[in-house]
Design a protein around this ligand. Structure first.
Ligand SMILES: N[C@H](CCC[C@H](N)C(=O)O)C(=O)O
Length: 292
């Protein structure tokens, strides 16, 4: 079998994504290949979105998501937007249904080039996020960073969009906080048995939030779509905002709507950078027109 699979280097508001076409194959992208690609001088990425043939009736494709550390993720909003753009460029079709570890995900590209992803319903039950201890109110749990009597970050909201998120609310500029120091400590905190994506968020109006995220398995990224959704629903459920808002991440704005049917719709752009071929077993790659 030809070991090389086509891939495209894309991004969703700066969230660096490799979309790898694994259709027609029965192998998969290995964690080792993901780590090799992520640490490549040119191929650095935050996530891999591997497109596989559909397994479930009513879906177009199955998508496997790997973080830069080789770990599997259940959801990736920005990566899903990149997959839709890559497929619409190939087929001309604008809407798709994917099977992911988080469940069935519907997504569509609009005439203006933006792409909406139905990220499904948020989950707030402590044991489904999951958390290691029972919390009845996951909109504010007892967790803090810094001195007991003067915590720097404390009382996060926690939620799952298929993947676990903790959101720390701040009153000052989010960049006043050293997320590179706190992020890994909180990502790996024992309260999160599956680790967690860590967001620092400032509500700037009833319809706007500014945030940035230390991602599980990828570190500090320019955008985290599922975190933007988890932050939006946590802001709405605690009365900080309405249910429709603009969430601005370092890479730009995402439009989030938590609909009455409990589904969270996220809309934003995806950009194509360049493409080539990669061995999904080893991570060796060749950029179109170049040899790695
Ligand atoms: N690091 C995340 C997966 C990617 C999420 C993010 N890039 C997005 O756009 O949703 C996790 O391990 O749960």
């Amino acid at each position: 079998m030809n070991t090389q699979a086509p891939f495209a280097r894309m991004n969703g508001l700066g969230n660096e994504i490799l979309v790898i076409d694994m259709r027609g194959r029965n192998d998969r992208v290995t964690p080792e290949a993901a780590i090799a690609l992520a640490s490549g001088e040119h191929t650095h990425f935050d996530q891999i979105m591997a497109i596989h043939d559909a397994r479930l009736h009513g879906t177009d494709f199955r998508v496997e998501i790997l973080n830069a550390d080789g770990s599997q993720a259940e959801a990736c909003g920005n990566g899903t937007r990149c997959v839709v753009q890559a497929l619409s460029a190939e087929t001309g079709r604008m809407s798709y249904t994917f099977e992911t570890r988080a469940g069935i995900v519907n997504a569509e590209e609009h005439a203006d080039g933006t792409i909406s992803v139905d990220m499904g319903k948020p989950v707030f039950d402590w044991d489904k996020i999951p958390l290691a201890e029972e919390f009845h109110d996951t909109s504010r749990i007892e967790l803090q960073i810094g001195p007991i009597d003067a915590p720097i970050l404390h009382s996060p909201s926690v939620a799952s969009m298929g993947n676990p998120h903790a959101i720390f609310w701040v009153e000052r500029d989010i960049h006043d906080y050293d997320i590179r120091r706190f992020g890994p400590l909180l990502e790996n905190h024992p309260i999160f048995p599956n680790r967690a994506n860590i967001t620092i968020a400032q509500v700037t109006s009833p319809t706007s939030i500014e945030m940035w995220t230390w991602e599980r398995g990828a570190g500090l990224t320019k955008a985290c779509g599922s975190a933007a959704c988890a932050t939006a629903v946590s802001a709405a459920r605690t009365g900080r905002t309405g249910r429709k808002m603009t969430v601005t991440v370092p890479g730009g704005p995402l439009e989030i709507e938590w609909r009455e049917n409990d589904h969270v719709i996220m809309t934003g752009p995806a950009e194509w950078e360049w493409s080539g071929h990669v061995d999904p077993a080893t991570g060796s790659w060749e950029r179109e027109g170049e040899t790695a």
